[in-house]
Design a binder for this molecule. Sequence first.
Ligand code: UVW
Length: 317
Amino acid sequence: MTDVPAMTDLLRDTPSNWGRWGDDDEVGALNHLTAAEVLRGASHIRSGTVFTLQRLIGHPEGDPVWPGRTPAKRTMILDESTWDSDTAPSFPGGLHYADDKIDAFLQGSTQYDALGHVWYDGKIWNGYDARTTVGGLGKASVQPIAERGIVGRGVLLDMARFRGKENLDKAETFTHADLEECAAKQGHTIEPHDILLVRTNFLRLFYEQGPAFYDDFCEPGLTYSPELVQWFQDKEIPNLVTDTIANEVTIDPVSGVALPLHCALMRDLGVALTEICDLEKLAASCAEDRQYSFLYVAAPLKVARATGSPVNPVAIK
Ligand code: UVW
């Protein structure tokens, strides 16, 4: 087996946006999403059709999560059985109500990653010391991303349909050139500042296979190359949104490094990553009317010092 290089060596010559938006920046490439980009996105609304892109939390067949995380657990605290008991609280007039709580990884469903979620070489996004993550992210948490919101032109890149498959296979890779080709076949181009929504339909296998889905776990996705990172930089892509758990092929097949694009795109360029989306209804609609661009809107939850946040992004065509 060949030696796996350190992330520092693999990414030595790739570009960086540290300092580009100031020494105190915490939202990175989302700075590209100006008011003009909101209007550009809105100009792609044609019919007013709304698509919500979050996966259900509490699916009867379970919820897909990164290995080592557990799916969200919802617990009923108050329901009609509680009110029937002797210890039930009582309110004048006979009010009853239901309450529940959720115990969840903030990265355990459709989610925005905070820019400080991953790092190497002791530094997170913008050069902040990685020790700022201890006890909660003191810098580049999800909160600043949630405070600004994410609105712009979204484009769907339906890689599964482009490759003539129901879903991409385990460890199947594609590049920025494939994304460009996919867009061309769909009848459009990828423009600067576009929010990229990439469909693999890989999580179909999670619901079909159950626990066997995690055997030799390696998701399909974009694969690292210096050219790909430069392409994201040149196009000034603010946000990569996918329907996989981790947005990129799990293990880079060339170097053997795990999740190098998390580091090259998010830690170095400040590109926001959005994972575990459900793009199926949107993709079916795009295939039917050939309109692959839309207004994309997402508002992650404002959780102080958090590494990520659940979100229900919306595409409006
Ligand atoms: C990791 O980076 C490990 O997880 P995620 O795919 O949630 O970003």
